[in-house]
Design a binder for this molecule. Sequence first.
Ligand SMILES: [Zn+2]
Length: 378
Amino acid sequence: MQTSMLTWLQRLVQIPSVTPNHAGPKALTPGEAAMGTYVARVFQDLEADELVYDPVLPKRDNVYAIWYGQSPEVCLLDVHMDTVGVEQMTIDPFGGEIRDGKLYGRGAVDTKASLAIALGVIEEHLASGKMLPYTIMIAATVDEEEGGLGALALTKWLKQRQWRPRTMVVAEPTLCQPVYGHKGLVRQFISVHGVAAHTAQPHLGQNAIAAMSHIISALVAEHERLQHLPPAGLGHGTLTVSLIDGGRGMNIVPDHCRIGIDRRVVDGEDVAQVAADIEAICYAASPLPVTVEQVIHANAFFQDPTHPWVSEITQYHANEATIAPYGTNAYAYTDLADCCVVYGPGSIAQAHTADEWIEVAEIERAAGFYRKWLLGAE
Ligand SMILES: [Zn+2]
């Protein structure tokens, strides 16, 4: 079997794998099941030494393939199988058409190209008849575009196996720049509970909106405080009050007010501590009872950019390591590998778009680095 990376990519794009919460009628069969089945078969055809189905959600398994090399040191690729929705697309999402040096379709750039490259490189390796220098693991994961549960399952699996990869790539379109960090996330709903009364006699009530105004002021002050801390590797944390609702009518003292907050977390901060600190600020600021509902906790991803492997990538591509303004599966991968970067061909600007595409030249560019990384090619 000899297939070019472009043919692999066309085949992968032609298999719908829309993450279920994004799926409308055009998504055909939602979820990663068909992709997982196809990818597992290809891994077998490519003579993987080990094939693992790691159940994450019903009919949504991560699929891992391992090829043992001369060294037990592991090179790990995490490549998510799911894509965002296709309802707004202006091209055939599952066409995989190649036109003017670009391959079109949902997942082309985010992030099936990286999987196609890995399959192509393994295929080249088989044709060469040589031994692999390192052990290669490809983790085709589920649920990246929604909850990130595939990444958590992979983390758990590696820890159970006591495997610490030497190098790890989290596949996302970065224009072949190694991304060494992105901020983490804490999201909470904060509710103030008051007592309703007629607004003609407001002293009989307890105004939840007025109490919430104290909390909002305290959270705005907390954001300002964060801006005056010495910057971390990822800069400064931020705190945004992003949602608000409350009250029942113009003539009723509001008994309820709720806000949503989005706190971006930098390296060195612990999300559990950050969440507890925000709660404490709210309790201290409000004269009325407060409840807090946690929505999301995800630590920042930060890799020391001076690691030699990061330099190897930047030297290979003559580019620079950078940080990303968006989040990835790497939320879950803090200190999982000796060195972990987010990396892949194509631009995030084409991800999630109505006419998603990847430049064919970008695929070959990243493939060169993959050959060096996985096969030790010079
Ligand atoms: Zn992605």
